[in-house]
Design a protein around this ligand. Structure first.
Ligand code: 9PG
Length: 498
């Protein structure tokens, strides 16, 4: 463990943190605030690293891979790591004392896995130093940052009820309206069970391999969602290979989350047969005609547990599993990580979800505030976290999730839809939409076209001011994530362009 003590009044310091995986919060907050941690244990392992949870304490902030502390003059300190290939890096900043005379901040950096060098810079320019250290990490890990894709994704309007016909109908309409999508991506719902990717669900109306040819004819690349490290207890995969599962101390398969109506398990990626199966899965999807894969719930392979090969640490186990998928899909496949340990994926994925899911509603306050869980789907949570990870564009193409341009099937108002569009421009990564094209009127289509315009990532103007606990002041837009208007900025709104 490396430690530093800063002689500074904690009440004057802001902290910028990045949570463990795609859905975990990233925030810019006064150091003396409370870092929320989910009240329910199952939300801890599904949204965070259970081995290094958000503290839940006032004045104690935990962050993964990088951490920054900001003084009122915009200078401060940046902690980072030289490498995250096979290690997890845990940062903690702790406020002690509360006055100019006795106040100090203690910072620690701990590496789980093979030793890596940590950097700790005092700087007059936190923004620039964090960008530089992030870029160096990206270079060391051979980050892939291909051109951002413009993706239509089935999830946020069809959810698990997606059908082959709905995919083709939306692609046909997109072509008719000359919407500039590159990829049509089929999400969760086509498969018969979690882990049984090769057999179709009853309602899908076909097989996943039936889709790519039709999309190609319409001028689109086919994309497919997989949660390749997961298996449900009802799946054939689990029945055939119980010995492939990550286990708990009790030697039983470990429940790694609750979704799809119950608990699910994860594959043990230190098992050579599992790696072979993963290579085969990705190669098969590629063979069906999907050069674009959204690889979801990847955190499952990295959870603490009992593994076939106990000499492999969990960061390395995760990375080996991800590499097997890359090997199977081919070097020229486009891989989007999701629900994934972030820095551990650099150099293997092309793009990465950098926040929780967008939803057609602004905020779910009861879950976020009362259950301490801001990893749930909402426009507010997605903006909050993706904006606070702006510097990660040197690790992969950031994917801040979909725009929502429709008015039907949505509780978002036009101010909130505009704020999502502004966020997509500022983040400057992947563009995605899930709106049924038939639901878009002229205004909706115009907003969608705007959201599909590729831009370069923007930079923050300042870290010493923020509206709503996230990084909100950029050179191209200012965001108000609070529930009240601030000057001429409406609640849940963005001033964009500035
Ligand atoms: C498909 C979806 C979409 C979406 C992904 C992911 O913690 N959770 O319970 C949780 C459930 C679903 C979820 C994220 C978190 O959404 O982000 O885009 O692909 O899976 O099931």
């Amino acid at each position: 463990m490396s430690e530093w003590t800063l002689a500074i009044d904690p009440a004057t310091v802001r902290v910028l943190i990045s949570g463990y995986q795609s859905w975990s919060e990233a925030e810019l907050r006064p150091l003396t605030d409370v870092q929320a941690t989910p009240l329910m244990q199952w939300r801890q392992e599904q949204g965070h690293d259970p081995a290094f949870l958000p503290s839940g304490e006032a004045g104690v902030w935990r962050s993964h891979t990088v951490l920054a502390l900001v003084r009122p003059d915009g200078g401060g300190w940046v902690g980072a790591a030289r490498d995250a290939t096979n290690s997890f890096i845990h940062w903690e900043a702790r406020a002690e004392g509360d006055s100019v005379d006795s106040g100090r901040v203690r910072v620690s950096g701990t590496v789980e896995g093979p030793a890596v060098e940590l950097t700790w810079d005092e700087t007059g320019d936190v923004i620039g130093t964090l960008e530089r250290r992030a870029a160096e990490l990206g270079q060391t890990m051979h980050a892939r940052t291909p051109a951002p894709q413009r993706v239509w994704c089935s999830w946020y309007s069809y959810y698990r009820d997606v059908t082959l016909d709905a995919m083709l109908e939306n692609a046909r309409l997109a072509r008719e309206h000359k919407l500039p999508f590159d990829v049509f991506q089929l999400d969760d719902g086509f498969q018969s069970d979690l882990g049984d990717w090769f057999t179709a669900s009853d309602h899908f109306g076909g097989h996943a391999r039936d889709l790519p040819a039709g999309l190609k004819e319409l001028g689109f690349t086919a994309g497919l969602w997989l949660a390749p490290f997961l298996a449900s207890p009802t799946s054939q995969l689990f029945k055939d290979h119980p010995e492939w599962m990550l286990r708990g101390e009790d030697d039983k398969p470990l429940a790694v989350g609750y979704n799809w109506g119950g608990a699910y398990y994860a594959l043990d990626t230190t098992h050579p047969e599992v790696l072979e199966w993963l290579r085969d899965l990705a190669a098969t999807a590629r063979g069906w005609g999907y050069p674009y894969l959204k690889l979801d719930f990847l955190y499952g392979a990295a959870l603490p547990g009992v593994r076939h090969d106990p000499s492999v640490g969990r960061a390395a186990a995760y990375r080996n599993g991800l590499q097997a998928l890359r090997d199977g899909a081919g070097d020229d496949a486009f891989l989007l990580g999701c629900g994934a340990p972030l820095s551990s994926s650099i150099g293997i994925v092309d793009a990465m979800r950098t926040g929780p899911d967008v939803a057609p509603l602004w905020d779910e306050e009861s879950r976020r505030v009362w259950l301490g869980d801001a990893t749930g789907p909402s426009a507010r949570n997605a903006l909050h976290t993706s904006l606070s990870r702006w510097y990660q564009h040197s690790w992969y193409q950031p994917d801040p999730d979909v725009a929502i341009c429709r008015r039907e099937l949505s509780l978002l108002n036009s101010t909130e839809r505009h704020a999502i569009a502004a966020m997509l421009d500022v983040v400057g990564g992947l563009r995605a939409s899930s709106d049924p094209i038939a639901m878009l009127d002229a205004e909706g289509l115009a907003l969608l076209r705007q959201c599909l315009e590729i831009s370069t990532p923007d930079r923050p103007l300042t870290l010493t001011e923020s509206f709503g606990g996230a990084l909100t002041h950029f050179t191209r837009a200012t965001f108000n994530l609070t529930d009240s208007g601030i000057g001429d900025l409406p609640a849940h709104g963005a001033k964009w362009p500035l």
